[in-house]
Structures are given as structure tokens and as C-alpha cells.
Ligand binder design. Sequence first.
Ligand SMILES: *[C@@H]1O[C@H](CO)[C@@H](O)[C@H](O)[C@H]1NC(C)=O
Ligand SMILES: *[C@@H]1O[C@H](CO)[C@@H](O)[C@H](O)[C@H]1NC(C)=O
Ligand SMILES: *[C@@H]1O[C@H](CO)[C@@H](O)[C@H](O)[C@H]1NC(C)=O
Ligand SMILES: *[C@@H]1O[C@H](CO)[C@@H](O)[C@H](O)[C@H]1NC(C)=O
Ligand SMILES: *[C@@H]1O[C@H](CO)[C@@H](O)[C@H](O)[C@H]1NC(C)=O
Ligand SMILES: *[C@@H]1O[C@H](CO)[C@@H](O)[C@H](O)[C@H]1NC(C)=O
Ligand SMILES: *[C@@H]1O[C@H](CO)[C@@H](O)[C@H](O)[C@H]1NC(C)=O
Length: 267
Amino acid sequence: MNQVTIQWDAVIALYILFSWCHGGITNINCSGHIWVEPATIFKMGMNISIYCQAAIKNCQPRKLHFYKNGIKERFQITRINKTTARLWYKNFLEPHASMYCTAECPKHFQETLICGKDISSGYPPDIPDEVTCVIYEYSGNMTCTWNAGKLTYIDTKYVVHVKSLETEEEQQYLTSSYINISTDSLQGGKKYLVWVQAANALGMEESKQLQIHLDDIVIPSAAVISRAETINATVPKTIIYWDSQTTIEKVSCEMRYKATTNQTWND
Ligand SMILES: *[C@@H]1O[C@H](CO)[C@@H](O)[C@H](O)[C@H]1NC(C)=O
Ligand SMILES: *[C@@H]1O[C@H](CO)[C@@H](O)[C@H](O)[C@H]1NC(C)=O
Ligand SMILES: *[C@@H]1O[C@H](CO)[C@@H](O)[C@H](O)[C@H]1NC(C)=O
Ligand SMILES: *[C@@H]1O[C@H](CO)[C@@H](O)[C@H](O)[C@H]1NC(C)=O
Ligand SMILES: *[C@@H]1O[C@H](CO)[C@@H](O)[C@H](O)[C@H]1NC(C)=O
Ligand SMILES: *[C@@H]1O[C@H](CO)[C@@H](O)[C@H](O)[C@H]1NC(C)=O
Ligand SMILES: *[C@@H]1O[C@H](CO)[C@@H](O)[C@H](O)[C@H]1NC(C)=O
């Protein structure tokens, strides 16, 4: 017999135990079935229905109960037929919730666990924009970033496409935020097209294509100030010495200074 009969505070303990040990309520042995309409992952703010169907040996449930995050729901429950009940939520806004349902069986003092499910709500990804790729000098990496737009609340993956304009070869990199691409792997010449695809359970979007030339995206490494010297003259003078760390030609340096007593920088 695969059913679990427990008191309802024990049900909470069991729910927490299973959530922590197995990363979700879906790992419990079910004596029935729980499902969500329109889907387990849905758009935030939708109206949803959660159905619970009991299949417990020798039990015609007197009552079916729903729990959200271990707390019993008291409203918007409709009994559909002998085995099934429905819980309705209007405008559901929580990004994550763990649901389970139980049955009251005749001659059983305690509720019997039927099944559980983790549900999530969120948004489809926005179109990734402001795709930018830079090579920090000496890093050996091309770092590509983009503006992902509004928070989706659900697992969203990004695929960075890098296509050589010379060889037409395309490489794809899967990531959950930005990506570092080793410059050694960019063997298809200097010119590339880069674009980013965003996808989650609720949708998929693709950015515009960015054309890059590897020589134009290098960010020179910062100069290091080695010495500052103040000369006593009629007009006091300060000389700043720096070591340029870059091998890139035609780089100019800018200097800003400010008095420690004044918040304004001077260029
Ligand atoms: C769930 O069912 C499996 C197979 O029937 C069994 O091995 C396992 O012990 C059960 N787990 C619980 C928590 O009842
Ligand atoms: C949710 O249900 C309410 C009441 O039945 C309705 O007014 C509203 O339009 C529904 N919302 C959505 C997103 O379907
Ligand atoms: C009870 O209703 C559910 C949901 O509509 C359905 O799947 C199931 O077959 C019904 N069961 C019986 C015994 O009518
Ligand atoms: C380049 O990227 C790789 C992979 O993301 C990372 O392990 C490495 O530390 C990066 N190199 C530098 C110099 O930041
Ligand atoms: C990616 O590269 C940048 C610059 O080289 C470095 O600062 C960063 O730590 C790297 N990130 C990862 C995840 O390796
Ligand atoms: C600059 O002149 C002032 C006053 O004459 C003196 O106190 C100070 O030590 C001098 N500073 C340097 C760096 O020579
Ligand atoms: C700070 O510097 C700015 C620009 O040099 C100047 O206009 C301003 O009066 C200074 N403020 C103070 C509090 O010295």
C-alpha cells in the first residue's frame, strides 16, 4: 500500500522535508493526481485552477482539502465529482508556491495525502537589447552583455550566437546571464555578427544582430599612477607620472583631479 496517512501538522513537516531533501513537492508518492490549468508555469496575474483527483484504495473521500505552502485553503473550492475537487485562484501573483491536496476518508481519523505540485508564475522574456561585446585587454576573453529587460521570475536561458562574417561558421553559447568567450575560439577572422536569444517556459525572443570587428572592441587596460610630485614655485605645481599598460596605439589618457575638500572633479 502506497498511501501516507498523517496528521495535518505532520503533513506540513513532510512537505518541508520533501521540499528540502528533494528540491520539490513532486517527489512524494501520490494516491491520486494534481494538475493545474492552464499550466504548472503560467503568466503572473492569471486566473488558475488546481484540480485534485483522489485514487485511494477503499476510500470514497468525504472532503478534499488543498494546501498552499503548508497552509489550508478555505475559499474557492468546488467539488466536481466523487473523486475530484477544484481550487480557483484569481489574479495569481506569487512567483513560486507548493501545492498539495489531501482527502478525508471515512473511518480515517487523519487526512490522507493525495499529491503535490510546485507551481510558478512569471513573464515571457523581453527582447534582449543593448547587446555589447568587449575584449578587456589581456583578459583573453570577449565578454558579451545585454539588457535582459524586466525580471521574468522563472528560469530563463540565453543563447549567444556568434557568426563569422568570413567563414559563415556559427557558434552558440548557453548562459543564464552574460558570457565570456575565449578569444582563442574566435578563429573565423575579425568580423562577426552577435545576437542573443532569450527563452523560458512562457516564450522566446531574439535581439537585433550586432556587427563587431575584434580590433574595435578592445578596452585598453587602465594606466597606473606611479608617482605624484608637488613642486614649490610661485604657483604650486603637481606633476603626475603614469605607466601605460596598453600595447594599443593611438590611445590618449585623460586626467581628472579634485581637492580633497571639494567634491567637484576638474578635467
Ligand atoms: C514511494 O514508493 C516507492 C515505490 O513504491 C517506495 O520505495 C518508497 O519508499 C515510497 N516512499 C514513501 C515516502 O512512501
Ligand atoms: C479572472 O477572473 C475575473 C473574474 O471572473 C475576470 O474578471 C478576469 O477578467 C479574469 N482575468 C483573466 C486574466 O482572465
Ligand atoms: C471527475 O472530474 C474529473 C475532472 O473533470 C474527470 O477527469 C474525472 O474523470 C471525473 N471522474 C468521474 C468518476 O466522473
Ligand atoms: C575568461 O573567461 C573564463 C571563462 O568564463 C574565466 O574562467 C577566466 O577567468 C576569464 N579570464 C579572465 C582573465 O578574466
Ligand atoms: C569574464 O571575464 C571578465 C573579464 O575578463 C572577468 O572579470 C570575469 O570574472 C569573467 N567571468 C567569469 C564568469 O568567468
Ligand atoms: C614647500 O615650501 C613650504 C614653505 O616654504 C615648505 O614648508 C615645504 O616643506 C615645501 N615643500 C616641498 C615639497 O619642498
Ligand atoms: C569646488 O570647485 C569648483 C570648480 O573648481 C568651484 O567652482 C567651487 O567653488 C569649489 N567649491 C568649494 C566649496 O571650494
